[in-house]
Design a protein around this ligand. Structure first.
Ligand code: SF4
Length: 202
C-alpha cells in the first residue's frame, strides 16, 4: 500500500497547455517543489511549506478518476520516489498518463508515460535539467517572459521534439508579441495558451 503527499486532485477538466490542450483529463497534483520560480502559479515560489500535503493511497486516488487521461503535476512530481508506482497503477487502470516536470529530478517512470518538460534552470540555475530528460521528454514547454528563455535552451532541444512557447500568465500582454516573433524564426514551434484560464475551469 503506497501513499503519496497530495496537494490537490481535480477533474474532469481539460488539459489547458501544450500538445494535449483541449483534451479531457483529471489532475493529480503532488505536493512540494524546491525549485522556487518567482512567478510559480501553483504556490511553490517559496517552497510551499504551508501548502496542502495530504497523504493518500494510490488505490484511493485511482478510484476517484473519471477521465481517460491523467495529468500528474505538482509542485514537482519527480521529487517523489513513489511516482513510478502511481504512474504504473494508473496505466493498469486503462488510462494514459502525462507528467509535467521541470526536469530537475528524475524517477524511472513507465516508458509509455507522456512527459512534458518545462525547464526552469534559467530561473534557478541550481536546478538544471537531468540530461536524459532532453531525450525522454515527449514535448518541451517553455514559459516565456522575455524571449531569452529560448536562447538558454536552444542547443539542448532535440530538433524532432514538439516545442510549445507559452506566455507567463502575469506577463502575457508583453510575452505574446515576443512569442509571435519567435514563431516566425521557428515556424515548427507552437504557441501554447492556458486554455483553462480563458474558460474558467481549474
Ligand atoms: S518548477 Fe514549477 S512548481 Fe516548482 S516553483 Fe517552478 S513553476 Fe512552481
Amino acid at each position: 500500500m503506497v501513499e503519496l503527499p497530495i496537494h490537490e486532485t481535480f477533474g474532469p477538466t481539460i488539459q489547458g497547455e501544450g500538445f494535449w490542450a483541449g483534451t479531457p483529463v483529471d489532475f493529480i497534483r503532488l505536493s512540494g517543489c524546491p525549485v522556487g520560480c518567482s512567478w510559480c502559479d501553483t504556490g511553490y515560489a517559496d517552497g510551499g511549506a504551508d501548502l496542502p500535503r495530504q497523504r493518500r493511497l494510490i488505490e484511493d486516488l485511482i478510484a476517484e478518476l473519471r477521465s481517460p487521461r491523467v495529468v500528474i503535476s505538482g509542485g514537482e512530481p519527480m521529487i517523489h520516489p513513489q511516482l513510478p508506482a502511481l504512474v504504473s497503477a494508473i496505466e493498469a487502470s486503462g488510462r494514459t498518463v502525462a507528467i509535467e516536470t521541470s526536469g530537475a529530478f528524475w524517477q524511472a517512470v513507465s516508458p509509455t508515460a507522456w512527459i512534458t518538460l518545462s525547464p526552469k534552470a534559467h530561473i534557478s540555475p541550481r536546478y538544471p535539467v537531468v540530461p536524459l530528460l532532453w531525450e525522454r521528454a515527449n514535448e518541451i514547454k517553455l514559459i516565456i517572459e522575455t524571449g531569452a528563455e529560448l536562447g538558454y535552451y536552444q542547443t539542448l532541444i532535440k530538433p524532432e521534439k514538439p516545442v510549445f512557447l507559452q506566455p507567463e500568465w502575469s506577463q502575457k500582454e508583453q510575452a505574446i508579441p515576443i512569442i509571435l516573433d519567435l514563431l516566425q524564426q521557428h515556424p515548427h514551434y507552437r504557441l501554447s495558451l492556458q486554455l483553462h484560464k480563458y474558460i474558467n475551469v481549474p
